[in-house]
Design a protein around this ligand. Sequence first.
Ligand code: SPD
Length: 390
Amino acid sequence: MPTLSQPLENAVSLRFAPLACALILAACGGSQPGSEGATNGAEEQVLNVYNWSDYVADDTIANFEAATGIKVNYDVYAENETLETKLVAGGSGYDVVFPSARPFAQRQIRTGLYAQLDKAQLPNLQHLDPDIMEGLTDMDADNAHVVPYMWGTTGLGINVERVTAALGADAPLDSWGLLFDPANASKLASCGIHVLDDEQEAFSAALIWLGQDPNAATPEAIAAVQEVYAAIRPHIRTFNNAEYKDALANGDVCLVMGYSGDIGQVRDVVAEAAESTGRPAPDIRYVIPKEGAVRWMDVIAIPKDARHPGNAHAFINYLMEPEVIADISNHVAYANANLAATDLVDPEIAADPGVYPSEEVRERLVDPALVADDQQRQRVRAWTGIKSGR
Ligand code: SPD
């Protein structure tokens, strides 16, 4: 079975080092939300941002700071639940956050966790795709609280050589069966499987594989999902939303359930590392399974108790500059919601079906939905049990 060489593994690990630092701020000397900048009128020149890991270009924050003089304290998370816990507790100190629209921002808007946007401070709203804006109005009337950021899908990240070495040339690379069929998962266990620690996505994926409504939350649907995971649980190494990128890039695992752009980033990093060593790059592929997949959208919002709402608006408006958001899409391999940025996106990214799926594939994508609170609690409880192998 082919394995990655040591120099390539080192090159890959270096690429994701900022991610690891961001996740352990104390160890890396990073900043916490606070007040360290100069004041400008009523609002001090500070902005506390809490975003998903690997979700801006390398220079996005520095460029904003240089353009505005606002000092950004930038923290990252890997799960919607981490953000939600901080928002619900209150006093998070964050001025700008990036929840997934459904069901997270949907629920958080209902419970009053976000400030109303002042659209007079957001002239770049004019660049956003009116269809996407309209599509959010059922959860956010008049687009009053959130602005769309990036969207993507959840599918499979595959090291093609290693998976076909384990399963044969007719391995079902285009199917959730690669993961959920225990006959496949058992053969892939030794080359390594990671699954997202994302109850919403992991539940929906299993339901799609079963041919059921991906947003089902009845006791029967929950039991069916438990059964799917029980059959493959011994073959899953870990559940996580960020470490899987390094693991796939380094060759520690050969199959992951992952977010589209994250796998695109792994593919690009591995290709660059291979180029620098003169060795052939492993074929890292993102697949939207033929049975269908979840399409999600992450949005930008200002927590109700933000201390720097003026700076927050300036940052959100900056992120809606077509050049800025196109640069981010080029860097993170996620599709943005900015029509004016379309022509600025790298043609390779624009033509990547994992980033912008074809019409035919889009017909097989489903949006997450909010389920009743008690059903959601049951799903979360079941998910905790699934992970711990109970
Ligand atoms: N590295 C950025 C990942 C963003 C993923 N957000 C989508 C969550 C879907 N539940």
